[in-house]
Every structure is written in C-alpha cells, then in structure tokens.
Design a binder for this molecule. Structure first.
Ligand code: ADP
Ligand code: MG
Length: 487
C-alpha cells in the first residue's frame, strides 16, 4: 500500500497551521533555546509540519529487535568483558585523550571493591529505511546520553492535535489521517520510568522518594527542555526529584560519604547518575582536571550509573563494526532463535574495519575506488565528525596511515525521500527530506553477574533532515524533530 499524499493546503490554511503549531509548541514544551540564548526566552523546536510516512512493517521490525539489541550489548559487557576490554585497549591507543581517559577511569574504578554492580542503560538504536527493500538498516547504537525522548512525545501529541482539530484538512472538518496511523511515542513516560526503576533498585527494591537522580548536563544546554520533560515526569509520576549539574560543577556540588554520593547543599542522596553530557571530548574541555575527576568520583560511588563507563564505551562505532560478524554475534547471544537472529542481522549494512586485516585491506581499496558509496566514521559521538563520500580519499591522505585503524568504513544507506515541510523559526521549507528512526530501550542489569533485571522498549524518535545534508543533528542545526505516519 502507498501512503496517502501530504495534506494540500491553501496559503491561508498553511499560515493558520503554522501559527497553531507554533503556539501549541510554546504552550506544551516542544521548544529549544536558540544559540546565545537568554534563559527566559525560547524558540519552537525545529519540526516537520506533517508526519512522515513509515511502513508499518519496518516500524514493527525496529520495535522487535530493540530488546535483542539491548541484550546483545549487556551480554557483551558482562559475559564477554575480557574481549570487550581487549578491543577497548586498542581503541584507547588510537584515541588516548578521550577513549583512553574513559578507559583509565574504568580501570581505576574497579581497583577497589565495586560498590554498585547494578547498572542502567537508556539506549537508542537508529535506523534508516532502505528505499529498495523497505528494510530497516542500523545507523548506530547509542549507549550514552540519548536525546529527544522528550520532544518526540511532544511532536506526536502536536501532530495528533493538528490532525484531530482539522488543521491538516483543507475543509477544516475532517481528520486527514486515521488516529491509529499517528501513534505517539511514550518515550517521556518510559525513560522516566527507567530512571525510577534505577532509584527502586538502588534502595533495595523499595520505593523511596528521598533519594534523587543526578542529571549530569552540558553547560548552556540548548536542548534542556527535552531533559526537563523527563525530569518533570519523574517527579509527577514517581515523586522522585532531580538535581542538574555540569561535569565541571560536580566536585563542588557532590560529596561522598561512606561511598554514597550526596548533594552537598541539600544532603539528598543520589540514587542514579543520568549522563546527558560526557560523551565527547568537548564536554571535558572547560576544566579537564575537574571534569575527568567528576567522572571518576561518580563511577566509584555507590550510585547507579546511566550509563557506566564500560556501557558507554561499548557503544563505540568500532564495536558496532565487530558485532556485524555473525560468529561473534552467535557467541554473545547463544540462545537467540533463528528467526530473531535473522531479523537482527537483516538490520546490518556492511561495515569494514580500517586496519591490516583482510577486511581492512578490502576497505582501503573500496574507500579509494568507490568512496561515493561510503561514510568514514571516527570513534566519536554527537554529530559533525563523519567524512562522507568523495571527501574520504583526500581526508585519508591528509592523516598518517598509522591512524587509519581508528576509523570504520560504512556503506551508505539510501532511504526514500519525502516532500514534507520543515518549520524552523519563522520559515517553512518545502524540500525533500530523509528520516532516521530511533528506538529507545531501557535495560537494568547487574554488571558483575550479567543478570538482566529489566529489558524494555521505551518509545521512539523520528528525525528528518534535508536530503542534501549529510549529517542529521537537530541541536547542531542540520535536522528537525518529526513523527511517524504508519502506512
Ligand atoms: P553520531 O555519533 O555523530 O551521531 P552517526 O553514526 O549517527 O554518528 O552519524 C551521523 C549522521 O550521519 C546520521 O544521523 C545519519 O544522518 C548519517 N549517517 C551515518 N551513517 C550513515 C549511513 N551508513 N548511511 C546514511 N547516512 C548515514
Ligand atoms: Mg547518531
């Protein structure tokens, strides 16, 4: 079945839709600070006016594999720890100032007794839908600081409101889309629930409204409302308070007493440290000594980390590449049924190492012979780091060959394009867009024994960007928040 076309509105109708979308967004927190903001003023987040078509089968496939992916990464961390550590040791050599530092802190943190074996993962697996097969293909698996769970619920609510009140219909009377075809992501609810479960397990499986969740955030975070939506849900639903601090501030605001972490000023005990910062070198740059020490203090404390350093590092792009090997996968997920195994591997595209192995040699050839089919990725998170297509050969020539091993070479996925409308501040752009579907997953586990205590889906995110831009970061200014229209 083909999707129905995007709504066709007159100029006046579109203006009315725009005003309603803007005011709904400002009323309900679908917002983001502009660059160089004052804290009292905000903007509507960059969004699509209409939902973007996603085949039901592809969406279902992405939902189905999430818990398998969650388990894959946890089994890797807990049951194949020595192999993971070997890989990370190599990565640390290529990237001593970031991966290396995190790895050092991990080693330091396990020197003495591990005080908190329970660990929380709030993950997001990102896909594009291949235009030929309608299959989902994984872009990357994120294990730290996954964002947009907050705004994703909000845009689903906004588009449902616009649809139900007739703004998508040129006669103002009818719903343009069926209700069932515009599902709303429950990511705010589920991510808050994940943090609440962390709080519950920290307190020996007791509800406790006195312990709090520490949100470790970036200074001057423009996307703070996305985080606040989760914080408010955590309080409204679970009566658990949150405290926000940057890495640089931790030494000043947190104190450790009998291995437990407390907020100095209020003496509240921290049950969960939720990182929405710390995933890239930039997060440690303002005051490296203080920021790295903050990471160590928290890692060693009894608070549950979301994520632990090992969990964060398992999300390296190099690990993603290694996990496309079927033999390795079977070792890590020995009990997976054949059907699930097939479903999992159908989400991979070819990813090559860039080292001296046979596959690595092939990659080096491919990168120079047909770069237009590939993206070259370093071990970095957070957007703006990849090298695309024809820029790959020149880039490689510009760095010493001894550093090539730090990269992976990934086949480009070509998704269908749609002519949706993007609203960014006062402007509406009517251009071809491509979309990336992210599925959130929560997993609570024992990092020492490998026992999985909870493994759940936690909603989704659709992000779209102009077809002409390689990167898709919303906060970085390349993309926008979207939602799905299932067909
Ligand atoms: P980051 O850690 O910076 O988010 P990603 O691997 O997610 O790194 O890549 C950033 C963006 O580049 C993605 O959001 C996507 O838009 C694009 N991209 C990455 N890999 C591919 C790919 N294999 N095919 C097509 N686009 C890709
Ligand atoms: Mg990404």
């Amino acid at each position: 079945m083909d999707p129905i076309p995007f709504p066709q509105l007159s100029h006046e109708q579109e203006n009315e839709l725009k005003l309603n979308a803007q005011q709904w967004s400002l009323s309900n927190g679908l917002v983001m600070y502009p660059p160089n903001f004052e804290t009292f003023q905000t903007n509507v987040a960059p969004i699509t006016l209409f939902p973007t078509p996603i085949p039901k089968t592809s969406f279902q496939q992405a939902l189905n594999v999430q818990k398998i992916y969650n388990e894959l990464y946890i089994n890797l961390i807990t049951k194949h720890k020595s192999w993971l550590i070997e890989v990370l040791e190599e990565l640390a050599k290529f990237d001593p100032n970031f991966t290396g530092k995190l790895f050092e802190i991990y080693k330091e943190s396990i020197k003495d007794e591990v005080l908190q074996p329970i660990s929380l993962g709030i993950f997001r697996s990102d896909y594009m839908i291949d235009s030929n097969l309608n299959d989902i293909k994984q872009i990357e698996f994120n294990t730290v600081s996954v964002s947009f769970g907050g705004l994703s619920t909000k845009i689903g609510q906004l588009q449902n409101f616009l649809n139900s009140t007739g703004f998508y219909d040129n006669k103002y009377n009818f719903k343009y889309y069926e209700d069932e075809s515009l599902p709303i992501s429950n990511s705010i609810e589920k991510i808050a629930e994940g943090l609440a479960q962390g709080n519950f397990y920290y307190n020996d499986k007791q509800e406790n409204e006195d312990t709090i969740v520490l949100f470790v955030v970036q200074p001057n975070e423009r996307n703070c409302f996305d985080q606040r939506l989760i914080e408010y849900e955590l309080f409204n639903k679970h009566k658990i308070k949150a405290f926000r601090a940057t890495l640089e501030e931790i030494e000043e605001v947190v104190t450790i007493n009998s291995d437990k972490a407390y907020i100095k000023s209020t003496t509240q005990e921290i049950s969960v440290v939720y990182y929405r910062s710390g995933y890239g070198p930039g997060d440690y740059e303002v005051n490296p000594a203080k920021s790295w020490n903050a990471r160590l203090i928290l890692e060693k404390s009894k608070a549950i980390k979301c994520p632990s350093i090992l969990t964060q590092l398992s999300g390296s792009k190099k690990i993603q590449q290694l996990l496309t090997d079927h033999e390795i996968l079977k070792k890590i997920l020995p009990d997976l049924s054949n059907t699930d195994f097939k479903e999992l591997i159908s989400t991979f595209v070819n990813i090559y190492p860039f080292d001296d192995s046979e596959l690595g040699k092939k990659a080096k050839k491919l990168a120079f012979e047909s770069p237009e089919k590939f993206v070259l990725k370093p071990q970095r998170e957070g957007g703006g780091n990849n090298i695309y297509k024809k820029n790959i050969p020149d880039f490689l020539k510009s760095i010493p060959e001894s550093e090539w091993g730090a990269y992976i070479l990934m086949e480009l996925i070509t998704p269908k394009t749609f002519k949706n409308k993007i609203m960014r501040n006062k402007d509406i752009y009517n251009e071809n867009i491509i979309s990336e579907l992210g599925i959130f997953g929560n997993i609570l586990f024992n990092e020492t024994t490998g026992e999985i205590l909870k493994n759940e889906n936690a909603g989704w995110l659709l992000r779209s960007k102009f077809e002409t831009s390689d990167e898709g970061g919303v906060a970085a200014g390349f993309g926008c928040v979207d939602n799905i229209y299932l067909y």
